[in-house]
Design a protein around this ligand. Structure first.
Ligand code: NAD
Length: 295
């Protein structure tokens, strides 16, 4: 067990008054989120303890999210980040949801306050903020989204919130694409549609966003034929391991404006830090911590 593998059931901390927060998820040892929170807390003089609650390493592995939340709350945690596979399941354990979390149908940040549990989705805000800062003025007439899974849902709602007039959604699972389009259209009728033909969709799109796992170190390649990229497209990827995916490399070679997955990863943490501590973090400092952890 690693030294930061603390959490519900762990011995009392040497810093009893530290603000305790953490990340619950399966297989999270490589996450850069703890380092961003710890470094920002230290820079602001906040005694903050960020624990990795890796459910793969618990005995038995994969406990129910409700039991984990009960124990964390009883032990005085101020809040938790939540990741795979608990982002939807955790919603049943909360007292209130932010508008963003309700729309996306997933929670990645829980705040414990006054005996109540509040759920937020900072992935949605994180992608939107990264897009606004990294690709200012990006055309929003028509956007092609590749991937309608957990992260794709947050991205889709962020894109519509950022003004996408038409959102074309492609996924190897037709059901996933249709479900996400329906979720968007429930709030913004007529904005989203399933895109069964990638060539036709790319021809109409101003921008293309990858929210599939394609391009990750363990899944090399891209979810779209790279010859469909055109210099007029802006291209964003949310994969961040590696930051330079085949999609982004090809897009840059074609002269497209591009955005890496770092923005979403950093800004989801920026917003979560604010929710946990009530303090405004220095986003550039958190990004520097993220980047210091390797490409
Ligand atoms: P997920 O498994 O919930 O969803 C992935 C979706 O992509 C699925 O619906 C799947 O059917 C679809 N898909 C896979 N390959 C495809 C292909 N070739 N063509 C079309 N569709 C395809 O995963 P997720 O939680 O949504 O995460 C997706 C990726 O996003 C992760 O691998 C991770 O790299 C990245 N991510 C980044 C951030 C960030 O902060 N930057 C946050 C979360 C996830």
């Amino acid at each position: 067990m690693s030294t930061d593998q603390q959490g519900p059931g762990a011995p009392e901390s040497a810093e009893p008054r530290a603000l305790r927060v953490g990340l619950i998820g399966a297989g999270i040892q490589g996450s850069r989120t703890p380092a961003m929170h710890r470094a920002e807390g230290a820079a602001q003089g906040i005694a903050l303890r960020y624990d990795l609650l890796d459910t793969d390493l618990m005995d038995p592995p994969g406990p129910a999210i409700g039991a984990l939340l009960d124990r964390a709350e009883a032990e005085g945690y101020a809040g938790l980040n939540i990741t795979f596979p608990y982002k939807k399941a955790v919603m049943a354990e909360l007292d209130a949801l932010s508008e963003g979390a309700r729309r996306v149908g997933a929670v990645n940040t829980v705040v414990f306050r006054d005996g109540r549990r509040f759920g937020h989705n900072t992935d949605r805000w994180g992608f939107a903020e990264g897009l606004a800062r990294g690709l200012p003025g990006a055309g929003m007439g028509c956007v092609l989204l590749l991937g309608a899974g957990g992260a794709g849902g947050a991205v889709a709602h962020a894109l519509v919130g950022a003004g996408a007039e038409r959102l074309l959604i492609a996924d190897m699972s037709a059901e996933a694409a249709a479900a996400l389009a329906a979720s968007i259209n429930a709030h913004d009728p007529g904005r989203a549609e399933v895109a069964p033909d990638l060539a036709a969709a790319a021809a109409q799109a101003d921008g293309i966003v990858n929210a599939t796992p394609m391009g990750m170190a363990k899944l090399p390649g891209a979810a779209i034929d790279l010859s469909l990229l055109d210099p007029r497209h802006w291209v964003a990827d949310i994969v961040y391991f590696p930051l330079e995916t085949a999609l982004l490399a090809a897009a840059r070679a074609r002269g497209c404006r591009t955005l890496s997955g770092a923005g979403m990863a950093v800004f989801q943490a920026v917003r979560a830090f604010e929710l946990f501590t009530g303090k405004t973090p220095d986003a550039a400092r958190m990004r520097a911590t993220f980047e210091s952890m390797g490409a």
